[in-house]
Write a protein that binds this ligand. Sequence first.
Ligand SMILES: [Zn+2]
Ligand SMILES: [Zn+2]
Length: 109
Amino acid sequence: MVPRKISEPFYHGRAWQHTRAAYIKSVGGLCERCLAKGIIKPGYIVHHKHYITEDNINDPNVTLSWNNLEYLCFACHQEEHFGSAEVTRDGLKFDSHGNLIPVADSPRG
Ligand SMILES: [Zn+2]
Ligand SMILES: [Zn+2]
């Protein structure tokens, strides 16, 4: 997992916001994996097929290349990272960028 102090500037950066929005539009706002199974389900997060790490977060070929992006619903994204659609480990949740954060950090509390 990339530390938030490193990933935060990227996810808040204009380049990612722009790429993300354009990509979501290109796939019609639907989860790509569900759609492949014939299920119409809105996507939740743009996932990086090649996971972002501290080493590649400044490499646009990884972070901003459409070839590396996949729009997924929450369940498919959970499955990708954890092998099941179960809720994450106790005390952790995904934020809107797909980073695992302590539930205590959640705006919803
Ligand atoms: Zn899905
Ligand atoms: Zn992901």
